[in-house]
Design a protein. Structure first.
Length: 95
């Protein structure tokens, strides 16, 4: 069960990265950036449960060496992506 969850987690991280790129490329519509804001809000709501899953899986010895390495790499990548996007958000919203 842990192995299946680890594979789903890694796919979730890839999905979050792809979604971040697609949302980043969205343009604001005529009445403001509500749609883009909703998309980012949804991304954040999904980000934290996926991050929690990775945090739980990172120390499971039952995953095997290779899957454990990939899971830890995905967790590091997800954390870096979240920190980078948070830094961009803070830098663009502080005046």
């Amino acid at each position: 069960m842990s192995r299946v969850l680890a594979v789903i987690y890694v796919l979730g991280v890839v999905g979050l990265a792809v979604a971040a790129i697609l949302i980043w490329r969205l343009r604001c519509e005529n009445f403001g950036c509500i749609g883009v804001g909703v998309a980012w809000f949804t991304w954040v709501v999904v980000f934290f449960p996926v991050l929690a899953t990775g945090a739980v899986l990172r120390s499971r010895p039952s995953l095997g060496k290779m899957l454990l390495f990939v899971t830890r790499l995905a967790l590091g990548s997800q954390t870096a992506l979240g920190v980078a996007l948070l830094a961009v958000w803070v830098s663009t919203n502080t005046a």
